[in-house]
Structures are given as structure tokens and as C-alpha cells.
Design a protein around this ligand. Structure first.
Ligand code: GFR
Length: 314
């Protein structure tokens, strides 16, 4: 039995394209769902062509044509959904489209493992998340319930903070590049956070898909050298850039109060950052018996340390 065949749904997206590339790099026949709805989204059309040149196989299918989803799923052993759940890139409740994918997987009957679009905080632990950002966790739990009721084999990947959104910008809201003069520090800045290079998220995910140890498990990505505080992130950048930043500490109370002047997207981001940087939701728990941690499962992965990651932005 050769390596499993992989279908990536959302394969032109921010993390999805990395899943496709990691799947190809690890020797899997890799399919990418090509949705007609992408229409004139030239960036997605060009990404599909690029992935095809890199060896991926495109399968046409649409969430408005259930039969095409069943046919697409029948080509694969493992299905990975990397659909966007955040308000920046998609409409709210976008993740609930996955319920159709769950039905298609159930009907097709051939899929050995389904990885739904997670890749962030563990939604099982976000029952008390604040509005409006809590919707992403509620929707992820709705999808998990459907998967488990359908008795579909799964792996949930809790990937913590994508470096592109949290390290590159020193975790500043509303920007994706490092600040030049001043930096807002969340509280005392000592809460432990976990930063992940997105390529490593994809590498660990693909290693997990055929691993019996990760069957019906949550896999947390917690590489030890990437666990550190906001203050340490800022100090890392100051050392690399040889420039001190003016540090402005913002209390949790003031941070939450800032939501009232924001649009919904801003409120979602502030809410998520509050849980991460003030409550420490990524690191304030031990990994339960029966769950797994990726850097222990796959010690051979030389994951990107954040000082190396930050060097590209100097
Ligand atoms: C870490 O886990 C998650 C992170 C999660 O489970 C769900 C959502 C997130 C991210 C969002 C991804 O789009 O939290 C906020 C948002 C990322 C983001 C952070 C976007 C813009 C920013 O300026 C930003 O600053 C820290």
C-alpha cells in the first residue's frame, strides 16, 4: 500500500497552499479542489496553476454541487480542509460549509482520515471565548460534532499562532509588518505564547495524517523553543534590528475597551488576542493523556525558530 492520496480543500489559501506543498514534498499524490466559484479571483487561479506545475492534480468540485464533492472525495484516502474561518478572508460561518464535506465523506465511505480546518486555538477549550470572535470556535465545534456523529476518522491540529500574523508584526493589531518606533505590549508581556512558522504547521500536519498515534486525536504544535512571551518576542526583534522600541503596556481592561471603536473584524482580532496574550489560553493547560504534541512525535522536524523567521523582515 503506497502513501495515502491526499485531497486538500482550500488549497489556494494561506495555510492550504502550504499543506499542498508539504503533501507533495512528503511524496503523497496530492489533489486540490478547484472550485468554479473562484471565478475572477486571479490570485487563486494562478495559485492553482502554480500548484499544478509543482505536481498537484486539480479536481473540479463545488460546494453547491454535492455530487461533485462526493466524486472528489472518492479520489483520496485523506482529506484536509484548510478553509478560511477568519473574518479577514471570508464571510462568517464559512467554516460551516464543511458540514457538506462531512456528508460527502460519509457517503463516499473511502476516506481513512479527515482533518477539518482548525490550525489555531483548541476550540474545545474556548467555550468561554468572548463575542464576536467566539463564532470561529463554535463553528469548529459544530463541525467536530458532525464528524464524530458520522464516525469519520479524524485528526485535529491545534497549531497556535501563525508567525505571519503574530511574530512578523510583533503581535500588533492591524499590521503585518514590524513596528518602527513604538510597540504595544499586552499586560506585563510575560504570558507564554506559541509561535509557528506556517511551513512547519504544514510539515507536521502531513506527518500526522498516516500516523496511527494521531488517529482520532488532537495534535498540539508546541515546539519548545517557540514557546515564549510577548516581551521576549519584542526583545528578540530589538536584538536583531539593533533598535530599541518605545514600549507601551496596555492593560487587559483597556485592550478590551478598545473594541468599542472597532469594526467586527477588529473586535474578532482583539478578542482572540485577549485570550492568547492576557489569559494565556495556548499554554495554560497540560496536554491531556491521549492527546499528542507534534515536536515529540516528529523530533526529526527541524522547525523554524522565530529569530531566524524574523531575520527576513530586517
Ligand atoms: C491562535 O489561534 C487563532 C488565531 C485562532 O484559533 C483563530 C484565529 C486566530 C487569529 C486570526 C487569524 O486570522 O487571531 C487573530 C487573527 C490573526 C490576526 C492577528 C490578524 C491581524 C492582526 O493584526 C493580528 O495581530 C496580532
Amino acid at each position: 500500500m503506497g502513501k495515502s492520496k491526499v485531497l486538500v480543500v482550500g488549497g489556494t489559501g494561506y495555510i492550504g497552499k502550504r499543506m499542498v506543498r508539504a503533501s507533495l514534498a512528503q511524496g503523497h499524490i496530492t489533489y486540490v479542489l478547484q472550485r468554479p466559484e473562484i471565478g475572477l479571483a486571479m490570485d487563486k487561479v494562478e495559485m492553482l496553476l502554480s500548484l499544478k506545475k509543482e505536481g498537484a492534480r486539480l479536481i473540479e468540485g463545488s460546494f453547491s454541487d454535492y455530487g461533485s464533492l462526493v466524486e472528489a472525495v472518492k479520489q483520496a484516502d485523506v482529506v484536509i480542509s484548510a478553509m478560511s474561518g477568519d473574518h479577514i478572508h471570508s464571510h462568517s460561518h464559512n467554516l460551516l460549509l464543511q458540514l457538506k464535506l462531512v456528508e460527502a465523506i460519509k457517503e463516499a465511505g473511502n476516506v481513512k482520515r479527515f482533518l477539518p480546518s482548525e490550525f489555531g486555538m483548541d476550540p474545545l477549550r474556548m467555550g468561554n471565548a468572548i463575542e464576536p470572535g467566539r463564532v470561529i470556535f463554535d463553528d469548529k465545534m459544530t463541525v467536530r460534532k458532525a464528524i464524530e456523529e458520522a464516525k469519520i476518522a479524524f485528526t485535529y491540529i491545534s497549531a497556535n499562532c501563525f508567525a505571519g500574523y503574530f511574530a512578523r508584526n510583533l503581535s500588533q493589531i492591524g499590521t503585518l509588518v514590524p513596528p518602527k518606533q513604538k510597540v504595544f505590549i499586552y499586560g506585563d508581556g510575560n504570558t507564554k505564547v506559541i509561535f509557528m512558522d506556517e511551513d512547519d504547521v504544514a510539515t507536521y500536519t502531513i506527518k500526522a495524517i498516516d500516523d496511527p498515534r494521531t488517529l482520532n486525536k488532537t495534535v498540539y504544535l508546541r515546539p519548545p523553543e517557540n514557546i515564549f512571551s510577548h516581551r521576549q518576542l519584542v526583545e528578540m526583534w530589538e536584538k536583531l534590528s539593533r533598535k530599541k522600541l518605545e514600549k507601551i503596556h496596555i492593560s487587559g481592561e483597556d485592550f478590551l475597551a478598545s473594541m468599542k471603536d472597532m469594526d467586527e473584524i477588529g473586535q474578532v482580532i482583539v478578542g482572540h488576542c485577549y485570550h492568547i496574550f492576557y489569559e494565556g489560553c495556548l499554554t495554560n493547560f497540560e496536554i491531556d493523556e491521549g492527546q499528542e504534541e507534534a515536536s515529540k512525535l516528529y523530533p526529526e522536524v527541524n522547525y523554524t525558530r522565530m529569530d531566524d523567521y524574523l531575520k527576513q523582515f530586517l
